[in-house]
Design a protein around this ligand. Sequence first.
Ligand SMILES: Nc1ncnc2c1ncn2[C@@H]1O[C@H](COP(=O)(O)OP(=O)(O)O)[C@@H](O)[C@H]1O
Ligand SMILES: [Mg+2]
Length: 284
Amino acid sequence: MGSALRTETPGVSSWETHRVPVVSVLSLKGGVGKTTVTLGLAGAAAAQKLRCVVVDLDPQANATTVLAPDGVQFTANDILTGDRPVAIGDALAVSGWGEPVRVLAGEPALERRNHPPDGHPGRHHVRAALAGLRDADLVLIDCPPSLAELTRNALAASDTALIVTEATAFALAGAQQALDAVDAVRSAHNLRLRPAGIVVNRFRVGAAEHRFRLDELIAAYRDLVIDPVLPERSAVTRAQGAGVPIQRWPSPGAREVSRVFAGYLTLLTTARTGAGPFSKGASR
Ligand SMILES: Nc1ncnc2c1ncn2[C@@H]1O[C@H](COP(=O)(O)OP(=O)(O)O)[C@@H](O)[C@H]1O
Ligand SMILES: [Mg+2]
């Protein structure tokens, strides 16, 4: 299993062609839905019996809290310690969602790694750690709410970057800054990296402002804005509060959101590396 998800990139050395696909989920700020998208994709992967690893690089560790991994011995902070690297296999813990979803836990100590005093000495630590991962089909990195060092470390380790935004006044500027960060890391550290697209989250169909801002995003980034948008549904918060995947939450809203995540997973796992945007982009 899993071979269908392998990425092949011309010009990448052979040991790297068998890497597990890595997706960073990022945004300029907090509260827009990075963790929600990460968890939704992890649940979608598990529902398809794919082996998924969630790397929680957010010092707030919300994904870790919801996934409730069992017997955590090491965290992402240990992976970012260059002098005493921990093997990825030893650092992963099985989540409360079951065997297919494993977690590299986050913890508050990650915060000081976001602004290292001596520049960015460890930008390749996550990449180096994940290069040792074999028994997984997909890695999802939940980034902290900034584009600082931790997010750059995630991007240096990723094949694709999924940008999350809400349809608000600052969406356009925020998406542009996230795309600029992806560009900067690509040219400096990781030529494989591509933007996977922009998820517009917490969308309310009846809200004129949301429609206006979505149209603005489509006008600016047409091919990158992922269709469909992710609707606002109370089931999202409820399932997270209960620590279960949205795919197992029994409500119409949860089923609707789960269908959207299944579509996102398909887009992510079928997009050819290097092919650029994968959005259908047209009707909403
Ligand atoms: N589509 C949605 N519908 C309803 N609530 C949502 C949705 N997306 C996110 N939320 C809620 O908004 C809050 C912030 O989302 P979160 O994913 O934690 O953002 P981030 O990781 O970017 O900080 C959480 O309480 C989450 O449950
Ligand atoms: Mg979060």
